[in-house]
Design a protein around this ligand. Structure first.
Ligand SMILES: [Zn+2]
Length: 124
């Protein structure tokens, strides 16, 4: 087999894999609900820590590749649980990225993350 044909084949397969990956990411984030808000428009409802019941500190989280969550009875997330199984509204490919409203308890090291939507906050 001609080596240049082999190189061509590797390039074509690589492009197909990259395209499929980009299509999957695009489909996943297309369903994201993103609101562009001023800080004052966000409903920072008081949220108490489920462990110590003290009001939590409010803020923003960036989940990066998205949050993968499964019920205890389901198969646990693993190495191959990737972008296809992220929770809705937790993965952003925007620049700058969309964020999740969240609350944290510093002492218990717990975070409550709202994935009903993502937000982009306008600078005042
Ligand atoms: Zn706590």
């Amino acid at each position: 087999m001609d080596i240049s044909y082999l190189v061509f084949l590797v390039i074509v397969v690589t492009l197909i894999v990259i395209s499929a990956f980009l299509i999957i990411i695009r489909k996943l984030v297309k369903g994201n609900e993103i609101e562009i808000l001023n800080e004052s428009q966000i409903n920072w409802e008081e949220t108490k820590c489920p462990r110590c019941h003290v009001p939590m500190e409010s803020g923003y989280s960036m989940a990066g590749r998205g949050v993968i969550w499964r019920e205890r009875s389901a198969k646990k997330p693993g190495t191959f649980s990737t972008i296809a199984s992220v929770l809705e509204n937790t993965m952003s490919i925007n620049m700058p990225p969309a964020l999740n409203i969240s609350w944290r308890c510093k002492s218990c090291k717990l975070i409550v993350l709202d994935n009903s939507k993502m937000v982009k906050v306008k600078n005042a």
